[in-house]
Each structure stands twice: as structure tokens, then as C-alpha cells.
Design a binder for this molecule. Structure first.
Ligand SMILES: *Cc1c(COP(=O)(O)O)cnc(C)c1O
Length: 471
């Protein structure tokens, strides 16, 4: 028998491992038998491949076989664990699209739970006892908070823009400034959305300058709207000019052309009061007289994923009847979450206090420092001496394509070490039961206190204990 054949013959049988697991471990109480068997097969296959490519000798194989039950257990548990799960966002990017954008407050969760775990008046009018509209629940609160005449909510802001353009501008022309042909992450590009909606893009002006007469000169029989797109994720600086909203509104009125604005983030509070850069608010656009405004539910508004459309009733009525509205329809989870989130805005202080996104971006430096010292204390001694751990002044970002220039002063736990160790630490933290997502820059790790909840400190300590054994 040659050496490889000898090694192959030493591979354990599936039955032997399953009976070992049956006798010595409680894995089968938690994981269905066929998943365990599948995991055993996969682990044995891995060994078979290693033998075939010559990377295992007899000693190596023996030790791998000894580890098999543990490896099988890990693999099997992973197969039955949730794929979408909570993580700790230590990156300092508050509206992190990859990590779920805005967080939903517990009070809002209670309302969602109350509504969806019971029957509700989703499409039932309690006054008349007849069929109602699912959108009616949101109209009151949205119009109250924004000052708009009417409102409609769809799945996300990309869908909102699409619905608006399809309803108002199909086979007609829409005039947009060349400085506003935005691409948002996740392949939302203004020219492409416009094409899909059936509207014809008429771009005017130049990248850095667009004047009112650019819009005026492009007007034709076929013009159906002026579109303003908030350049939420970039700025054009230097020799620039764009047309002010109220000037465009005036031009629109003169020619009976509606002005549509894609505001992107949809901030409802003037955040410059809290030391942040000024970001145009929804109310500002309403006051300027814009006919239709769209914005996201889960960016600076701090609610669930949604696309809010507000403005003139006459125009929104057209959208309500459009077939795309049915395709972009929101569910009861979203309605319950959005209604509860928007109610906080009836009192600005309450909105800042209770909406996680707003609470995080306005959290004072002293508070971050206090939390930083507390966490630093808890992490003391968790890593060996090759790591240096300290509290540092850094900057957080708003994220979600909002306020791209805003650098909010923050405090981070900063960790440095010998070459390669930070990468290992980052990998192990990410592998933990509740994964920790840290920011890595130039071989240093930063844990930003702004996006870590105080209740998560204990979990973080657990993650560091786990990682310490693996670096
Ligand atoms: C974010 C953004 C969108 C897309 O909004 P979603 O809610 O992610 O679909 C569209 N336009 C602008 C200007 C944005 O900033």
C-alpha cells in the first residue's frame, strides 16, 4: 500500500464520528442530525483533499482526526445559526449602509410589535367600518411635521424618485443641472433612474455652474418638470454656482412646471444648532415652495427603510393611482415604525433624545470621553503586552451619503501592535458570536465610542477575550 492510500484508509467513518458525538457531546440536542452528518462529510472531505495534495502526514492526520468533533460542532452550529444578525458597529460611521443604516428605538419596536403581532386597521377605516387606505395612517403625522399638503410613502427613496418621474414625466422632458447627475452607492444614478422611469433627461449648465437661464432656455412644449437633486454625497467647491430653490420655484410657477426635489437624506431638524454643518431641511424646501420632495426614511430621519414623497395633493393623487405605487408598496412593519419615529419629531428635544441616529450624531464629546474611559478600563489587561491600547481624539462620519464633509470630533479606543497582529485581531473580533466591526487605518484599530452602545461594553469585553486567544 502506498503512503497516500494508507492515509486515506485511516480516515474515520461518518458512523464512528456520529456515535462519538452522540455519546460525548450535546450537539444533537441543538442541531438536526442530517446537518451534523453533512458537516462530518464536509470535514472528512477536507482531510481527503489535504491528503491528496500531500499536505498531511500521519502525525498531521492523527491530530486533525482528534479535532474532528470540535470542527464538526462548529461547522454544524454555523449552518443552523441566523445569517442576518446583530453586530457591534465600532466604525464610527453612524448611518452605515452596510450595517443597516438607522437603528430603531425600543419604543418604536414596541409599537411595531403591537401592530404586527395582532390584527390591525391596516386597510380598514374605523370611523366608517369600510375599506381604508394603508397610507392614511402616515399622512397626518407627515403633513404635521413637514407642513406639506399631502404625502405618500414607498419602499425607499430610489423607488420614490422613480414613481414621481413615471407619474409626472413619462415620455416627457425633465430638466436637471449637470452638477446634480448624482450616483448614490448601490447603483442609483440619476440618469439611469430617469431612463427607467420613461422620462427624458435634459441636462443643462455645466458641472460646476448652472444658471437660471440654463433652465429657462431648455424649456419646451415637452417639459414636464424641473428636477433638483441634493448632491448629498459630494460637494463641488470653488468656482461654482447653482440655482436657488426659490428662483427655480418662481420659474416653475411662471411656466406652470412643477419643481421636484430629491433631498436624499430628509433631515427634519436644523442640525447646525448642534454644531454640525448645515444640511438643507425638508421644511426649508417646503417653505421655498417646491411642489414635490422625496427623501429616505432610514438616513438622517432615523426611521425604517422607506421613501417619503410629500407635496401638492393634486400631483400626489396621480402617484397614488400609478401601478408602480402598488409595486413599491410598504408593509405594516414600515408603517408602524415610521409613524412611531415621526411622532418623536413633534418635540425636537425628544427627537434628538430618542432617535438613535440623531442621538449618536449629536452626542457630546464629554459623554464620549466618559464612555471611552469606562471601556478602556474594562479592556485593560485583555490583550498581551505586544498591544498598546489608549483613548484618542478622532473623527466620526455621518455616513449614508449624508454630510460628506462633516468630520465630527469623537473619542476612539486606539490599538496598535506589531506587524500583522491588528489584522488578526480584526479577523477574530469579526468572527465572534456578536461580530465587532472596527475601523482599521494604517495598521491601527479604532473603536469609535459614538456608534457603540454602553450596553454593548460587556459584549465587547467578551469579544476581546475571545480574540486574545487567537492573536
Ligand atoms: C440616498 C439617496 C437616494 C436613495 O435613497 P434610498 O432610500 O437609499 O433608496 C436617492 N437620492 C439621493 C440624493 C440620496 O442621497
Amino acid at each position: 500500500m502506498n503512503k497516500k492510500a494508507n492515509l486515506f484508509s485511516r480516515l474515520p467513518k461518518v458512523d464512528d464520528i456520529i456515535s462519538f458525538i452522540e455519546q460525548e457531546m450535546n450537539l444533537l440536542d441543538e442541531v438536526p442530525r442530517e446537518v451534523v452528518v453533512e458537516s462530518i462529510r464536509e470535514e472528512i472531505d477536507n482531510l481527503r483533499i489535504k491528503i491528496a495534495n500531500g499536505s498531511l502526514d500521519t502525525d498531521g492526520l492523527n491530530s486533525k482526526v482528534e479535532d474532528l468533533p470540535i470542527l464538526v460542532s462548529k461547522r454544524a452550529r454555523k449552518k443552523v445559526s441566523y445569517r442576518l444578525k446583530r453586530v457591534i458597529n465600532a466604525s464610527g460611521v453612524v448611518i452605515h449602509t452596510n450595517l443597516g443604516r438607522s437603528l430603531i428605538d425600543n419604543e418604536v419596536m414596541e409599537n411595531i410589535s403591537e401592530v404586527v403581532s395582532n390584527y390591525s386597521n391596516l386597510e380598514f377605516d374605523l370611523d366608517t367600518g369600510k375599506r381604508g387606505s394603508r397610507y392614511s395612517h402616515l399622512i397626518d403625522i407627515i403633513t404635521r411635521v413637514t407642513g406639506a399638503e399631502d404625502a405618500l410613502v414607498v419602499n425607499n427613496n430610489a423607488a420614490a424618485v422613480m414613481l414621481v418621474l413615471s407619474s409626472l414625466a413619462k415620455d416627457k422632458e425633465v430638466i436637471v443641472s449637470r452638477g446634480e447627475l448624482v450616483e448614490i452607492g448601490g447603483s442609483f444614478r440619476v440618469p439611469d433612474v430617469m431612463e427607467q422611469s420613461g422620462a427624458k433627461l435634459v441636462d443643462v449648465g455645466t458641472t460646476n455652474k448652472t444658471h437660471l437661464w440654463d433652465y429657462e432656455r431648455a424649456l419646451s412644449e415637452d417639459t414636464s418638470a424641473f428636477l433638483k437633486v441634493h448632491t448629498s454625497n459630494y460637494r463641488i467647491l470653488g468656482f461654482t454656482s447653482e440655482v436657488k430653490l426659490d428662483e427655480l420655484v418662481e420659474l416653475g410657477k411662471k411656466h406652470s412646471i412643477p419643481v421636484v426635489e430629491d433631498l436624499g437624506s430628509g433631515v427634519l431638524i436644523d442640525l447646525s444648532k448642534y454644531g454640525l454643518e448645515y444640511e438643507p431641511t425638508v421644511q426649508d424646501s417646503m417653505k421655498a415652495g417646491v411642489d414635490i420632495i422625496t427623501f429616505s426614511g432610514d438616513k438622517l430621519l432615523g426611521g425604517p427603510q422607506a421613501g417619503v414623497i410629500i407635496g401638492k395633493k393634486k400631483l400626489i393623487d396621480i402617484m397614488k393611482k400609478h401601478p408602480l405605487n402598488r409595486a413599491f408598496r410598504i408593509d405594516k412593519f414600515t408603517i408602524a415604525a415610521l409613524e412611531a419615529t415621526l411622532r418623536f419629531y413633534l418635540d425636537e428635544d425628544e427627537a434628538i433624545r430618542k432617535i438613535p441616529t440623531l442621538r449618536m450624531i449629536t452626542m457630546p464629546l464629554e459623554e464620549l470621553e466618559r464612555r471611552g474611559n469606562e471601556l478602556l478600563n474594562l479592556l485593560k489587561g485583555k490583550l498581551d503586552d505586544s498591544f498598546s491600547v489608549g483613548l484618542e481624539d478622532q473623527y466620526s462620519q455621518v455616513g449614508g451619503g449624508s454630510m460628506p464633509l462633516e468630520q465630527i470630533p469623537t473619542k476612539t479606543i486606539t490599538i496598535s501592535s506589531q506587524e500583522g497582529k491588528i489584522t488578526k485581531l480584526e479577523n477574530s473580533l469579526r468572527e465572534y458570536d456578536i461580530p465587532v466591526i472596527a475601523r482599521i487605518y494604517k495598521d491601527k484599530m479604532y473603536l469609535d465610542l459614538r456608534t457603540i452602545k454602553e450596553e454593548e461594553f460587556k459584549t465587547l469585553v467578551g469579544a476581546f477575550e475571545y480574540a486574545a486567544e487567537r492573536v
